[in-house]
Design a protein around this ligand. Structure first.
Ligand code: DGL
Length: 274
């Protein structure tokens, strides 16, 4: 029986951090990944742009007969998931949002840092999430203009200098990190690009601060949804290794380099015009 693929998209290479978690959770599933690098960054563009791009990519993935779509981008989830669900009522759609609740469970000092794009932090969806948790801890938000772009460039060049400089600037802007009272002891990576800077962030923060993202939670949620909606897929019974097909609206070499460097994938990236 045919095992239909799961579609995954992001503004660029960031969603590969979610693909990594998805492949661990669902090793027999096939994935179609779309990096919208030709129209990035999303986090510093207006909502109408992010919404239009998310709709176009989701339509493309549906035309490829995917059985579910993972919006592997916090900014696109905030701007578009509601509309995408209205437009595709039968399609399982999984979004990603900053892991505030997981951070609350981990933090001992009650001070939690959140790094995300400007688009995510100013969205109504994030504000509602924040308000629902605000009484339980003190959150320090940092919009990280330029960081996703710097990570895209470092994927291709292998040079993290620009990423390190931006991480240092944003971390120092948030206040004192550490495990003493009043220090920020937990940092939420609220953009799917940022896990690819976690080595640089760890070097800046030291060993005690907890750095978290939502990749694994999204992967678990995807497994639950895909398995609960599986009918004739045969996917749960499949024992063959899943594949990842890579597409980009930008420069293929950027996604190619990132997929090779971070996920060990060597499949050729195809250029997409949508
Ligand atoms: N990876 C995206 C996110 O999770 C945003 C990167 C961008 O600004 O394009 O929000």
């Amino acid at each position: 029986m045919k095992n239909r693929a799961i579609g995954v998209f992001d503004s660029g290479i960031g969603g590969l951090s979610v693909v990594q978690a998805l492949r661990t959770e669902l090793p027999h599933e096939h994935f179609i990944y779309v990096a919208d690098s030709g129209h990035a960054p999303y986090g510093e563009r207006d909502v109408a742009h992010v919404l239009a791009r998310s709709r176009a990519i989701t339509r493309y993935l549906v035309s490829q007969d995917v059985k579910a779509v993972v919006v592997a981008c916090n900014t696109a989830t905030a701007a578009a998931i509601h509309r995408l669900r209205l437009e595709h009522p039968v399609l399982p759609l999984i979004g990603v949002e900053p892991a505030l609740k997981s951070a609350l469970a981990l933090s001992k000092t009650g001070r939690i840092g959140v790094m995300a794009t400007r688009g995510t932090l100013t969205s109504a969806k994030f504000r509602a999430l924040l308000e629902s948790q605000a009484e339980r801890a003190s959150f320090v938000m940092q919009a990280c203009d330029g960081l996703a772009d710097a990570i895209e460039r470092s994927a291709e060049t292998g040079d993290p200098t620009e990423t390190i400089a931006l991480c240092a600037r944003y971390i120092s802007g948030m206040g004192q990190f550490g495990i003493q009272n009043d220090q920020i002891d937990t940092l939420v990576l609220g953009c799917t690009h940022y896990p690819f800077a976690s080595v640089q962030l760890r070097a800046l923060l030291g060993p005690e601060v907890q750095i978290i993202d939502n990749g694994e939670a999204i992967a678990r949620q995807t497994r639950r949804l895909v398995q609960s909606t599986a009918t004739d897929e045969g996917s749960t019974a499949s024992t063959a290794a899943g594949t990842v097909s890579l597409f980009t609206t930008g420069q293929p070499q950027t996604l190619q380099a990132a997929a090779g460097r971070w996920l060990g994938l060597s499949a050729a990236v195809k250029k997409l015009s949508i």
